[in-house]
Design a protein around this ligand. Sequence first.
Ligand SMILES: [Ca+2]
Ligand SMILES: [Ca+2]
Length: 296
Amino acid sequence: MDLLTTRLCLLLALTHVVACDVAPTDGVFDDQDVASFEDVRRQDGGGQVAVVDFEDMTGTWAHAVDLSSCVTVTASEELRSQTLSLVTIEQNRLRLTETHTVCQLNSTPLIGLETVVPEAVYTLPNPLTLTSALYGTNIGDNYVSDQRVVLWGVDLEDPYEDPFPVEFDADDPRAFDHDEDGNPGVTLKVGGDACDLYVAQRDLKSFSGQLQADGSILGTTAALVEQRPLGSTNIICATRFIVRSNQKDSIFKMVRIDDRGIDLDTDDDGEVTCDELVAGQDRVITWLSADRARCE
Ligand SMILES: [Ca+2]
Ligand SMILES: [Ca+2]
């Protein structure tokens, strides 16, 4: 196997997250005492929000997910998948209704190459709505969300409960050209121009954390990502890999970003946009670099 092929095979592992072993859970998160969270607290470029108030969270928030997975080929490597979303919250006592818009989606490179999810793909399912609950409104109280589901290139009657097809190809009536590029499913860019991979995917995540003194919510993410290849421009893209999710190093953070928060409305039009959030993301979270030590 030549070097490029080896690299591509490793890279393709990133796009075949078929066997994450952690199912989404409604359980209350109670263990943040791990190195990754200390890193985030220490490196966080954010500041104190204008108002720390968990009794009235209605407004605009940033939602950052820094998901860790472990890819084992010859050795175990960490992949971090980093999603930044804009969230509008409506609070009714201890219940929150959240509407999410994905603004940015990046993955850390593996051996210098990366898989790119085009903006035309990650902006497809917007907006996403889910509910979440507070177990109190004091610092240290818990926050737990329902599952957030994102479907790419597949039509399921019940996106949460229907089994994801095990055998699945481009002729399956449940598969469709979601990003309307003329190819089945959605198209991911692997290793620059080396390979276009067409996939169908279901991404289920739930979030849990604790209310922080700086007005943010910090916790972890449980993820179950199922993906099937529907075709590719290069035969080696058809190789299937298994990737293990790593919940203990998967971080979730929510920060208020309207004028009661860190105020990312830089043009003062009364609304925080995705562009303004992306420009100000260093004040929301410091994304971690991949570190194979987390996967040993
Ligand atoms: Ca397509
Ligand atoms: Ca604005």
